[in-house]
Ligand binder design. Sequence first.
Ligand SMILES: Nc1ncnc2c1ncn2[C@@H]1O[C@H](COP(=O)(O)OP(=O)(O)OP(=O)(O)O)[C@@H](O)[C@H]1O
Length: 256
Amino acid sequence: MADTRVPTVIADDVHVVYKVHGAGKGRGSATAALSRIFSRGKAEKGVREVHAVRGVSFTAHKGEAIGLIGSNGSGKSTLLKAVAGLQPVAAGKVYSHGQPSLLGVNAALMNDLTGERNVILGGLAMGMTKQQIRERYQEIVDFSGINEKGDFISLPMRTYSSGMGARLRFSIAAAKDHDVLMIDEALATGDAAFQRRSQKRIEELRATAGTVFLVSHSLSTVRETCDRAIWLERGELRMDGPVGEVCDAYEAFTNA
Ligand SMILES: Nc1ncnc2c1ncn2[C@@H]1O[C@H](COP(=O)(O)OP(=O)(O)OP(=O)(O)O)[C@@H](O)[C@H]1O
């Protein structure tokens, strides 16, 4: 039967290699570390390569929500950055429909500016017009819940707790309909009420727009939010399929 689904992202044998300049050579033993310290500045500096993503291929379709799971350092964030075009690939190709937007809890908002200003800047950075931002402003602030305990939106972001900052970032990014929306751990930081709101919003984004990718260590969030999961381990794709099957296999792997 012909596949009638519309592809939004195609990753074809993607490799990402980081080059770390000024890295010390040798193994992680105490003597190697000591000899590096004592010979500091002398011919010890080199370029070390970290092969973070190794030959990953998948096709994402319109209407899918895909969870990216795997141990620490398995390459999830790197893969998302490559799909978003923020990280060059060493080999392979990424094709995407529209501009994928990467929303991370580390998304660059300005700490010295007020929440209010960051909503406007963030909206402009995503390509919204001033008019669109004006129309959505109250919705974004209400969604974030920042003002539930006082007028925090008019205070600089540095006065926010890390959870509040993450919620505001999510709310700004979620205000726009995206062709491909990628979320890196954003949900894990909010409280229970915020997580429920975000799940609902992800559902809406899936319905109206294209594809949602979610990187998370919380398997329960991935199970509730996604219908498909991709499991990476040491930069390689271990499994790709229905969310239940992949999460079960990953759980069995981590418990073993
Ligand atoms: N800027 C960088 N320079 C060099 N190496 C990097 C850089 N960013 C990540 N790495 C390495 O690439 C590998 C994959 O990292 P990545 O952050 O993509 O993993 P992850 O699966 O998202 O991890 P986590 O679950 O801990 O967030 C790791 O070995 C990491 O040390």
